[in-house]
Design a protein around this ligand. Structure first.
Ligand code: PMP
Length: 412
């Protein structure tokens, strides 16, 4: 394996040189959005300078160039997640839009009263509310796979909850709160055994671990560009061809049609029937550059480095007295996303103190309110790491937490 050249990687991310509150920036909010390397920033900038135009519409040179760039990235995404065909790759505005598309299209057509939708107790609202609202509209039953005490999916419960009435199973690949990697292939097997489809929220997995949608046996796989080095406002929905072909569009407008008359319309082929209106073309260009960047480093290098960071951070955080860490305390099958609370200190207060030290973390419910309820808290602090973070960043986080602890103790 190539050892990661962390200094070289850090040099690729201009924002990491910034000072925050006169302190060196320690960016630990990667589960919210990861920073972009120069390669991605330059690719978007170059697109605006050299090829900015609309796609799939005009026949002039610039438009042809823009369309080629856009479709080249579709091919790149197909390879990146090992989809069987480029028509299975739909560009969306992000993971949320991708999941809603499945619920509003496949769900609206194929879920009926009395059917069961099975999701997990660790879902982000983006992979919960679309199913909750679909179940309410259709009078279907929404069921939850519970978690083990250490914050992993309880696969015995999964086997119980998925029944002959189940039509759809939806699960997060990597939890944005607990950092745990879920056994998607096993869930998909359970789903397929009863004839249900498997929907995966890959927001926190893509860019961290290699994704092979065919090997995972996912029927739909959703993710966002901005969590994998690309800009905000671009994302992907992968769907199996035979499923996408049976689905009706949920957004209507330009470029998704075959023919339109005053009173009727017919739709373009997949994926275009799901891409109404002008897409985020520069964002798609950035997504392509992000994939190139990740491939250049290689997933073996990325996953091994993230494993090192996970080990190191877990060891360090576990040593802080009065710190409660939510999620698995071993580094097996998890990524470096850590949610915690310090004693009785409110998560937002702790995050504010960390910010004063230049340590950027997120505090809140992380769009997973039902999980917070299960954990018995209203909020946590979350520190999440990526390939440009170092063991020194972990030391600085720990020092800042210890400082906060002293501050609050003195205040008492
Ligand atoms: N699912 C998970 C697990 C996430 O972490 C996020 C982003 N926080 C989303 C879905 C939604 O992603 P986006 O806001 O980019 O649509």
């Amino acid at each position: 394996m190539d050892k990661i050249d962390i200094e070289k990687i850090r040099n690729d991310f201009p924002i990491l040189k910034k000072k925050i509150n006169d302190e060196k920036l320690i960016y630990l909010d990667n589960a919210a959005t990861v920073q972009m390397p120069k390669e991605v920033l330059t690719a978007c900038d170059t697109f605006y300078h050299d090829a900015y135009s609309n796609v799939h519409r005009s026949s002039h040179t610039l438009a042809i160039k823009a369309t080629q760039i856009y479709e080249t990235v579709r091919k790149k995404v197909q390879k990146f997640i090992n989809a069987a065909d480029t028509s299975e790759i739909i560009f969306t505005s992000g993971c949320t839009a991708s999941l809603n598309l499945v619920a509003l299209s496949w769900g609206e057509s194929f879920i009926s009263a009395g059917d069961e939708i099975v999701i997990t107790a660790m879902e982000h609202h983006s992979n919960l509310i679309p199913w909750q609202q679909l179940a309410l509209r259709k009078k279907a039953k929404l069921k939850f796979i519970e978690l083990t005490p250490d914050g992993r999916l309880d696969m015995n419960d999964a086997a119980q909850k998925i029944t002959s009435k189940t039509k759809l199973v939806a699960a997060v690949h990597v939890s944005n709160v607990l950092g745990v990697i879920n056994p998607i292939k096993k869930l998909a097997s359970l789903a397929h055994k009863v004839g249900a489809i498997m929907v995966v929220d890959g927001a926190q997995a893509v860019g961290h671990i290699p994704i092979d949608v065919q090997q995972l046996e996912a029927d739909f796989y959703a993710f966002s560009g901005h969590k994998m080095l690309a800009p905000t406002g671009v994302g992907v929905l992968y769907g199996r061809k035979y499923l996408l072909e049976k689905m009706t569009p949920v957004m209507y407008g330009g470029e998704m049609i075959e023919h339109v008359s005053r009173f009727t319309s017919s739709w373009a082929e997949i994926p275009f029937k799901f891409e109404a209106g002008t897409p985020n073309i520069a964002g798609v260009r950035g997504l392509g550059a992000a994939i190139d960047y990740l491939n250049k480093i290689s997933f073996q290098t990325i996953t091994e480095y993230e494993q090192e960071l996970t080990d190191c951070a877990l060891n360090a955080l576990k040593k802080i007295t009065a710190l409660t860490i939510y999620g698995p305390l071993t580094s097996k099958e998890r990524l470096p996303i850590f949610s915690f609370n310090l004693d009785k200190i409110h998560a937002h207060d702790l995050a504010t103190i960390l910010d004063a030290e230049g340590v950027e973390v997120r505090a809140g419910h992380h769009c997973a309110e039902p999980l917070m309820t299960d954990l018995g808290v209203i909020a946590t602090v979350r520190a999440s790491f990526y390939i440009y973070n170092t063991e020194k960043d972990i030391d600085i986080l720990v020092e800042a937490i210890e400082k906060a602890k002293d501050f609050f103790n003195h205040g008492n």
